[in-house]
Ligand binder design. Structure first.
Ligand code: DON
Length: 587
C-alpha cells in the first residue's frame, strides 16, 4: 500500500467509500472533497508516495484512485491511464478529456513508442483563420471562445489505439470507473470550484451553465455532488461500440452541431473531419544526459526537442555542484532562451513543415549553442541557430500563453511498463462549449500562430487544413545507464511545461531529490522573453543576483502540475505537484 503521511491526505483517504466498479475487489474508490490548499501558500502539503509494485500519479485523487484500482485488478499501465483520463474528464473537466488531444509515451520494458493524438484543423481551415477583418491577429479570447478554435479531437482514438496494442483488461472494464462516477456523482473539488468562480465565458454556454452553475450564477460549491448522466451515456456508448461512435456516430453529429451552430463564433468542422481523424505513431526524441537517457515527444510537439536542447546545455555544467539558486537559474534561463528561439522558427506539424529534428538535437550543434552562454551575463534575447542537415524557409514567430487546460498522467505497472501522457483541451474549459454528450470541446487551434506570414515569409506553425498545431507538451521517460526505466514525468502549463520538466529533471537527476521535493521546487526559466521566477517562493530572493547578471526578471504565478514516478531498487516513489490537487498512489 502507498504511504501518504501528510495530514490532509490521511483525511482524504479515510473519507467515505463508494462502490464504483463491481469487478474490483480491492478498496473501492474514495469519494470526498479534495483537500484545500494550506492558508497563505496556495499549496497542498504532500509527501512522496511509495508503492512496491505499481503506481499512478494524476492531477485529481479520484482519477488517481481509479487508475490504482485498475492496476490492482491486473490492468496494464495503458488500462490504468485510460481509466484515469476518463475520470479526469469528469472531475477535472477544465483541463482534459475526450473533447481534446494528447500525446502518449509507452515504455514496454525494452522500447519506447510515442503516439500522437493531437487535434487537427478541419479541412476547411485557412491560414487567415485567426485574423480579424482588419487583417490583424484577433484578440486571444475572441478566437478561443466558440467553434472557430475547436480542433478535431484525438484523445479517444489515442486511448483506443493504445488499448488495442497494450491493454490487458477489456475496453468496458477500463471505462467502468468513469461511468460509475458520472452516474453516482463526484464531489466538486476546491480547485474546480475556484476556477469556475474566476471563469468569464463558460456561463454563456447553456449546457455548461446548467451543469456547473447555480441559478443565481454562482458556481456549484466545493463538496457538492455533481452527476453527469449525459457523459455516462456517452461513455456507455463508447464502451459498447468503441470509439467509432464518437468519430462517426451520434456523438460525432453532436460535436459538429455544437461547433457549427455556436451562437457567436461558429466553426467549420464536418463529419468527414471527425471520420478521417488518425492517431500517428511518431519517432521518439531521445538523447543522453550524463549517465541517463531522456526521451520525449517529437513534432508536432516542441516539448521533447526543447527539453533535450536545454538539458544538453546544462550537461556542460556541473549542475550537482551548482545547487539551487541564481547561478542554476541563470544557466537554465539562458538554455531556455536558445531552445525557445529554435522552437519559434523551426517547429510545426511534420506533415506540413520540414522540422530539422536531427539537427536540432545533434550533439555538435548543441555544444555550439551551449558555447553562446556567458556564465556572467544574460544574452537578453537569443536568435535561432542554424542546425545541420537542413535549411528553413520560415520566419521566426513567437507566441504562447500559460493556462490551466492541461493535465499529466504518469503510470508504471507491475510488469515494468509505463505510460507518460500529457492531455489537454488547451485553455481552461477549452472553447467553452459543452456538448449534449456531456464533455467540453478544446480550443487547441489557438496553439497555431495567428499571423500566418511574417516579413513576407510563411510561419512554420501557421494554420493549414488538416494540420496539427504546435504543442509544448513534454511527456517524458528517463532510462538509466543500463537502459532500464528510471522515471516517468510531465506537466501542464502551456509553453512553461518545458521549464517545469527541465527543473524536475535537474532536481531528480542532478540534485538527487525525491520526486515530491523535486516537483515542489520553485519554478523558473525563460521562454526567450524575460527570466521568469515563481511568485511566493524562495526564487524571489534571487531576483537581485539575476538582475546583476543583466536578466530582465518578472515574478509571476507559475502553476505547474508535474506528476512524477521514479523507479528505484526498492519500489516506486512518486510526486504530485503541491500546486494542484493530484496524488501519487499505488499498490
Ligand atoms: O499543447 C500545448 O502546448 C498547450 N495547448 C498546452 C496548454 C496547457 O498546458 C495549459 N495548461 N495548463
Amino acid at each position: 500500500m502507498t504511504k501518504l503521511a501528510s495530514a490532509p491526505w490521511r483525511r482524504f483517504l479515510g473519507a467515505g467509500l463508494l462502490a464504483l466498479t463491481p469487478f474490483l475487489t480491492s478498496a473501492a474508490l474514495a469519494q470526498s472533497d479534495a483537500p484545500a490548499p494550506e492558508a497563505g501558500t496556495g499549496r497542498i502539503a504532500k509527501q512522496a508516495g511509495t508503492a512496491a509494485h505499481d503506481m499512478v500519479a494524476a492531477a485529481n485523487p479520484l482519477a488517481a484512485q481509479a487508475g490504482r484500482e485498475i492496476l490492482g485488478a491486473g490492468g496494464s499501465a495503458v488500462d490504468a491511464a485510460i481509466a484515469v483520463q476518463l475520470v479526469l474528464n469528469l472531475v477535472e473537466p477544465q483541463s482534459s478529456g475526450i473533447g481534446g488531444g494528447a500525446f502518449l509515451l509507452y515504455w514496454d520494458k525494452t522500447k519506447l513508442i510515442t503516439l500522437d493524438g493531437r487535434e487537427t484543423a478541419p479541412a476547411a481551415a485557412k491560414p487567415e483563420r485567426f485574423l480579424g477583418p482588419d487583417g490583424k491577429p484577433m484578440k486571444f479570447y475572441d478566437a478561443v471562445v466558440g467553434g472557430r478554435s475547436v480542433g478535431v479531437p484525438g484523445t479517444l482514438r489515442l486511448l483506443e489505439a493504445a488499448h488495442k496494442r497494450w491493454g490487458k483488461l477489456s475496453w468496458p472494464q477500463v471505462i467502468a470507473p468513469a461511468i460509475r462516477l458520472a452516474e453516482d456523482g463526484f464531489t466538486i473539488s476546491p480547485r474546480l470550484n475556484g476556477l469556475l468562480g474566476q471563469e468569464k465565458f463558460l456561463q454563456n454556454d447553456p449546457i455548461a451553465r446548467g451543469y456547473f452553475y447555480q441559478t443565481d450564477g454562482t458556481p456549484k460549491p466545493a463538496g457538492a455532488v455533481l452527476r453527469n448522466p449525459a457523459f455516462a451515456r456517452t461513455l456507455r456508448d463508447i464502451a459498447e461500440k468503441g470509439a467509432d461512435v464518437f468519430y462517426s456516430g451520434d456523438i460525432a453529429a453532436d460535436i459538429v452541431a455544437s461547433v457549427t451552430r455556436h451562437a457567436t463564433n461558429p466553426g467549420d468542422m464536418t463529419l468527414e473531419d471527425l471520420k478521417s481523424y488518425k492517431v500517428e505513431e511518431r519517432e521518439p526524441v531521445c538523447g543522453s544526459y550524463r549517465t541517463y537517457r531522456i526521451c520525449g515527444m517529437g513534432p508536432p510537439s516542441s516539448g521533447g526537442i526543447a527539453v533535450q536542447q536545454i538539458m544538453s546545455v546544462l550537461e556542460t555544467q556541473d549542475m550537482a555542484a551548482m545547487t539551487l539558486g541564481p547561478e542554476a537559474v541563470h544557466w537554465m534561463a539562458e538554455a531556455g532562451r536558445l531552445a525557445f528561439a529554435d522552437r519559434a522558427l523551426y517547429l510545426g506539424d511534420p506533415a506540413f513543415v520540414n522540422v530539422p529534428v536531427r539537427g536540432l538535437v545533434d550533439p555538435g550543434y548543441l555544444k555550439s549553442r551551449a558555447a553562446i552562454v556567458n556564465p556572467d551575463a544574460s544574452m537578453g534575447r537569443a536568435t535561432a541557430g542554424d542546425p545541420p542537415f537542413q535549411k528553413t524557409e520560415f520566419r521566426f514567430a513567437p507566441s504562447d500563453g500559460i493556462e490551466f487546460g492541461t493535465s499529466h498522467i504518469s503510470v508504471v505497472d507491475r510488469d515494468g511498463n509505463a505510460v507518460s501522457m500529457t492531455t489537454t483541451i488547451e485553455d481552461g474549459f477549452g472553447a467553452r462549449i459543452m456538448t449534449r454528450s456531456g464533455f467540453l470541446l478544446n480550443n487547441e487551434l489557438t496553439d497555431f500562430n495567428f499571423a500566418p506570414v511574417e516579413e513576407d515569409k510563411p510561419v512554420a506553425n501557421r494554420v493549414e487544413p488538416g494540420k496539427r498545431p504546435r504543442s509544448s507538451m513534454a511527456p517524458t521517460v528517463v532510462l538509466d545507464g543500463g537502459g532500464k526505466l528510471y522515471a516517468v514525468l510531465g506537466s501542464p502549463g502551456g509553453s512553461q511545461i518545458i521549464p517545469y520538466v527541465v527543473k524536475s529533471l535537474v532536481g531528480i537527476l542532478d540534485w538527487k531529490l525525491d520526486p515530491q521535493t523535486a516537483v515542489d521546487l520553485p519554478n523558473f526559466g525563460s521562454r526567450n522573453g524575460p527570466t521568469e521566477i515563481e511568485a511566493g517562493t524562495e526564487a524571489e530572493t534571487w531576483k537581485a543576483a539575476l538582475e546583476a547578471k543583466g536578466h530582465e526578471v518578472t515574478v509571476i504565478e507559475m502553476n505547474s502540475g508535474i506528476q512524477v514516478i521514479v523507479v528505484g531498487p526498492g519500489g516506486l516513489t512518486g510526486g504530485a505537484d503541491s500546486r494542484r490537487e493530484g496524488v501519487a498512489i499505488g499498490n
